[in-house]
Ligand binder design. Structure first.
Ligand SMILES: [Zn+2]
Ligand SMILES: [Zn+2]
Length: 260
């Protein structure tokens, strides 16, 4: 299985990085995690075929993770897609998603392909293949951002994801609220960590990787003004540590089968 970083920038628009999207290329399916603003173009830049995407999973609806969905579905329609597309989103977000698509003049019965939107409950295990599943848990990203406690409001959920591939765990923090959110999946052993680097300090990521005995760490959601420092700190972090760390870039591909 390949994990391909399609967009690695933060919420800040940059000329060198697209907004957040990660593609999981499994031999049975293609799963796109988030479709940040410009995702359709980012996929073209990475030489990916829209038709190879079977599932899109959203962590939250900030524009840098969600804003590209309208244009991406339009491209699928233009390219004459026939295959079913399934979008997986947090509970309570199906209806806002349909309203958003409708307001872009996209109607589910007029796409030329079947679009199924599935809401997932926190901690439900979603199995996409015999050897691949994932679960979402709510983090504090939205609460932190808004300054308002939306804890009981499902529409304002932001999630982190734990993937299980061949019994190994990949933790993608997605956008978090604070360092505390690194501990969201502490009841699992984690083999590979994909950490956003805008709302987390590199020290906390490093300490967490050591404490949790994680072997591989990839940094994404890179804010342009911090880019140089993140890349050079990642290089320094590699020295004398028990894990390997790398700052991701658009198009970067991890062959997870080799890593494990
Ligand atoms: Zn973001
Ligand atoms: Zn966000």
């Amino acid at each position: 299985m390949n994990i391909v970083f399609i967009g690695t920038s933060s919420g800040r628009t940059s000329l060198s990085r697209f907004h957040s999207s990660i593609l999981f290329e499994h031999n049975k399916f293609g799963l796109l995690i988030d479709a940040g603003d410009g995702a359709a173009k980012a996929l073209l830049a990475a030489d990916k075929n829209y038709n190879d995407i079977n599932f899109i999973l959203f962590t939250h609806y900030h524009a840098d993770h969600f804003g590209g969905i309208g244009a991406l579905i339009t491209q699928m329609k233009i390219y004459g897609r026939k295959k079913t597309l399934k979008i997986i989103t947090n509970k309570g977000l199906k209806s806002p998603l349909i309203k958003f698509l409708n307001s872009c003049y996209m109607f589910l019965n007029d796409l030329g392909f079947e679009l199924i939107i599935i809401e997932t409950e926190i901690d439900d295990e979603i199995k996409l293949a015999k050897d691949f599943s994932f679960r979402l848990r709510k983090n504090r990203h939205i609460q932190k951002k808004s300054g308002i406690d939306f804890i009981d409001e499902p529409k304002f959920i932001s999630s982190s994801i734990l993937f299980n591939y061949k019994g190994k765990h990949i933790f993608y923090t997605a956008d978090v609220g604070s360092d505390k959110d690194l501990e969201i999946f502490n009841d699992f052993s984690i083999d590979l960590l994909i950490a956003e680097s805008t709302h987390l300090s590199l020290k906390s990521i490093s300490d967490f990787a050591v404490k949790s005995k994680i072997k591989y760490v990839y940094l994404t959601h890179i804010d342009e003004p911090d880019e140089k420092e993140i890349i050079s700190s990642a290089k320094k972090m590699n020295k004398g540590k028990s894990f390997a760390v790398e700052a991701a870039f658009d198009g970067m591909t991890i062959n997870v089968t080799d890593e494990f």
